[in-house]
Ligand binder design. Structure first.
Ligand code: APR
Ligand code: PHB
Length: 390
């Protein structure tokens, strides 16, 4: 089989890239290890920056997001019983985020690829990358017991943190930077009305909590828990009690609880691998970087990578211009590092670091006080939360 761009991974990065390339008349094949049903069923992020919303509209997958997503122009940042409302729109010239689950977005992307006859080969095992330093790379895989081979011009490694693409780069060629946090987030999805119309990021001596949502009848809540926590140790009643204990009083009183329909623990990690280009292989999204979820940047960074990468490939196929491809890694990584900084800062501001000496605890309290008293600091938070420019 021959295509122009072989895309590894059918998460948001890979599917969105194949769609944008298709709209520009460029052929691709997406290879996905899991089944389509598995990918569509994963519960992931849910806050989209305005530039990512615009990119999805350009890709022809904005209709359901615009009809059913919720536009938010503020968030709450709490510490104990104190709560600050951070205005997102005012200091950013009217920019707003959209609450729209990655699960829904992935369904729309799969549907549009199918409707346009795009090749998305799921349940592809043993994907291997070859010749990435050459002009004609190729990918091999096994599907339904049959060996397959795709010859291509470029390979896009969109296969997430645990994928094969990053690991295919010769050792010594890739630099990595990492910080692993000694805690994770225990997430619960429940068919209950959200506790508040806006997200609440709550710092507390017992640990961080987040109140988020997917829709008017579907809430998403998180608790900071020690690394290695088993969700089985957290029956619903324990989860709701702990959440109430960490929220400001008014929010705790307003919380409506119900049975969880999903419960899982995600570790927190900051990770960057670069450069994001190696010969004919381009890494994008979680394959190249992971942020702790506190700033809601993971999915949005996948969006900016795909914006840069699709534009670069379209320019190359259109006019032979190599500037976009050559500058891809530097452009993408510059934005990634700024999002890393913001995600680290939000994480530091709001979580309980059990190893912190008293000095650092006082700094954390001062950071919150400064934010509470400074319009400039609140504007900086807003600017980052709605997303730095592409
Ligand atoms: N071969 C083929 N596919 C693979 C392989 C492999 N060896 N390894 C992983 N994959 C697939 C995964 O099954 C997954 O469907 O690659 C896909 C990667 O998707 P994501 O992990 O969703 O990564 P990405 O598309 O970059 O999306 C960015 O934003 O909200 C964050 O972390 C969250 O998933 C999210 C991300
Ligand atoms: C979510 O709704 O899953 C969510 C929202 C905001 C975050 C992280 C996760 O910062």
């Amino acid at each position: 089989m021959r295509t122009q761009v072989a895309i590894i991974g059918a998460g948001p990065s890979g599917l969105l890239l194949s769609q944008l390339l298709d709209l520009a008349g460029i052929d691709s094949v997406v290879l996905e290890r899991q089944s389509r049903a598995h990918v569509e069923g994963r519960i992931r992020a849910g806050v989209l920056e305005d530039q990512f919303q615009a990119l999805l509209r350009r890709a022809g997958v904005g209709a359901r997001m615009d009809a059913e997503g919720q536009i938010h122009d503020g968030i709450a940042i709490a510490r104990g019983d104190r709560s600050l409302r951070i205005d997102l729109a005012g200091p950013t010239g009217g920019r707003r985020v959209c609450i729209w689950g990655q699960t829904e977005l992935t369904r729309d992307l799969f549907a549009v690829r199918e409707a346009r006859g795009g090749a998305v080969l799921d349940e592809a095992a043993d994907v291997a990358l070859h010749g990435i330093g050459e002009e004609r790379p190729w990918v091999t895989f096994r599907r339904g017991g049959v060996e397959g081979r795709i010859d291509c011009d470029f390979i896009a490694g969109c296969d997430g943190f645990h994928g094969v693409s990053r690991r295919s780069i010769a050792s010594g060629r890739l630099e990595t930077w990492e910080r692993v946090y000694p805690f994770g987030w225990l997430g619960v999805l429940s068919e209950t009305p959200p506790v508040s119309p806006e997200l609440i990021y709550a710092g507390h001596a017992r640990g961080f909590a987040l109140c988020s949502m997917r829709s008017a009848g579907l809430s998403r809540y998180y608790l900071q828990v020690p690394g290695g926590t088993d969700p089985g140790d957290w029956p619903d009643a324990r989860f709701w009690d702990e959440l109430r204990a960490r929220l400001p009083e008014a929010a705790a009183a307003a919380l409506v609880t119900g049975p969880s329909i999903e419960k899982s623990v995600a570790p927190l990690r900051s990770f960057v691998a670069g450069p994001m280009r190696h010969g004919r292989l381009f890494l994008a999204g979680d394959a190249a970087h992971i942020v702790p979820p506190t700033g809601a940047k993971g999915l949005n960074l996948a969006g900016s990578d795909i914006h840069y990468l699709s534009a670069a490939l379209i320019a190359w196929y259109g006019t032979g211009d190599t500037e976009g491809l050559e500058g891809y890694s530097e452009r993408a990584m510059a934005r990634v590092w700024k999002a890393q900084r913001f995600s680290w800062w939000m994480t530091r501001l709001l979580h309980r670091f059990s190893e912190d000496p008293p000095f650092d605890r006082r700094l954390q309290a001062a950071e919150f006080d400064f934010l509470a008293g400074s319009q400039a600091a609140q504007a900086a938070l807003a600017e980052n939360y709605v997303g730095l420019p592409y």
